[in-house]
Design a protein around this ligand. Structure first.
Ligand code: NAD
Length: 393
């Protein structure tokens, strides 16, 4: 097929296999160039096919030389239909890892289900014995629990309505968005999906099955951000879920022997999940412009390489703030960065957008999530859309 992007709202319904491969390759190259990390050796990554999870897997494999087992929830392609981007990313990652002599296997299915947990446990027992790190990087719109109940997460405020600037990424028009408050049920459901319950289930199940190494580390990801985004993020329905995630880290460390659990607060970046949050894409466009100008910009792979090399496996052990959180948002939250962003935010309009925001950078990163706009790819050429993931075929 000749594959072109088909963007529908916040997602692209097509993905380019060669483009995804080239982007995975460039992430691998970045980690290799950054040097060896004396870290985890057998790593389970839950939510391994896109964004921060994929970057974690690459940093573990190519930084630490780790065997990686990835849990993904992706669709294969055919000769007439493209696979999901996560499928192509995983196919590419496994291909490179195997060629480089690294163990890499993948399980494709709903990470919230007990079936997938059992499959993972069986595979760890068979191939790895135990794991010494578990990365939990799910960003999901819904979760079906074992009794069949479906919970859907919402991106809303808590208590009161909130109006602020937003952007139509397609047209570049800056306007105002009003976000309505979530109901109690919606908050409860959001915590069910994006909170720590399933993370704790995973760690509890792995521990009970005897497949966690003593002294293992588990990490899940969160976001805090500046005041302008607080009503929709930190203090919103998703923020309630992230509070639950942070509380769960403490619970896991306390109640599961031999495991230390952390939440890493990461930088705001263009991923499939963040694109769906109102207001945030405008903030990210301004942040990109500011941080690029200041020479401080990082993408998922730079963040994850730094997390492994400096924050978790660096000299002196795991580095956290006074609340026990790993802070990879340290550069984003720097006073000088935030002062610039706040000043721009106050005055930004459709007219001044080009000068003060990096919408092109935002759009390019969005395209890259699906394998488009990668360097050196001929997008007019026929490409095989039915490629498989080695360990699944
Ligand atoms: P993403 O959408 O790029 O990746 C999410 C991954 O989870 C994908 O690989 C997806 O396939 C997988 N997934 C979703 N549902 C699944 C299921 N049921 N079973 C198995 N896999 C499933 O998202 P991301 O932005 O990388 O988010 C990962 C984590 O990082 C989230 O907790 C998010 O809140 C957090 N985070 C994101 C940002 C940001 O700006 N993007 C910033 C800080 C923290």
């Amino acid at each position: 097929m000749i594959v072109k992007p088909k963007i529908r709202g916040f997602i692209c319904t097509t993905a380019h296999p060669e483009g995804c491969k080239a982007i995975v390759r460039s992430q691998i190259d970045y980690v290799k160039k950054a040097g060896k990390i004396n870290g985890a050796k057998k790593v389970l990554v839950i939510g391994a096919s896109m964004g921060y999870g994929l970057a974690s897997r690459i940093a573990a494999a190519y930084g630490c030389g780790a065997a990686t087992l990835g849990v993904i929830f992706d669709k294969p392609g055919s000769s007439t239909k493209t696979a999901s981007a996560g499928w192509y990313n995983t196919a590419a990652f496994e291909g490179f890892a195997h060629a480089d002599g690294l163990y890499a296997k993948t399980i494709n299915g709903d990470a919230f289900s007990s079936e997938i947990k059992e499959q993972v446990i069986d595979l760890i027992k068979k191939d790895l014995g135990k794991v010494d790190m578990i990365v939990y990087s799910l960003a999901a719109p819904r979760r079906t629990t074992s009794d069949g109940t479906v919970y859907s997460s919402v991106l809303k405020t808590v208590d009161k309505e909130f109006t602020n600037k937003t952007i139509d990424v397609k047209t570049g028009e800056v306007s105002e968005a009003t976000i309505t408050p979530a109901s109690e049920e919606e908050i409860f459901a959001t915590v069910k999906v994006m909170g720590g319950e399933d993370w704790k289930d995973w760690i509890g199940s792995l521990k009970a099955a005897g497949v966690i190494e003593d002294g293992a580390v588990t990490v899940a990801y969160s976001y805090i951000g500046p005041e302008i985004t607080h009503p929709i993020y930190k203090d919103g329905s998703i923020g309630k879920a992230k509070d639950h995630l942070a509380a769960t880290a403490k619970e896991i460390t306390k109640s599961i022997d031999g495991v230390k659990a952390y939440v890493s607060v990461n930088k705001a970046l263009v991923t499939q999940s963040s694109a769906a949050i109102p207001i945030v894409p405008l903030y990210i466009s301004i942040l990109y412009k500011t941080m690029k100008e200041m020479g401080l910009h990082e993408g998922c792979i730079e963040q994850m390489q730094r997390m492994f090399a400096e924050k978790i496996y660096g000299d002196g052990g795991v580095k956290t703030d006074e609340n026990g959180l790993i802070r990879l948002d340290d550069l984003e939250m720097r006073k000088d960065v935030q002062e610039k962003v706040q000043n721009i935010w106050k005055n930004i309009s459709s007219e001044s957008l080009e000068k003060y925001a990096d919408l092109d950078g935002y759009r390019k990163d969005f395209s890259k999530l699906f394998g488009f706009e990668a360097d050196g790819i001929d997008y007019e050429a026929d490409t095989d859309t039915s490629i498989g993931i080695e360990s699944l075929s």
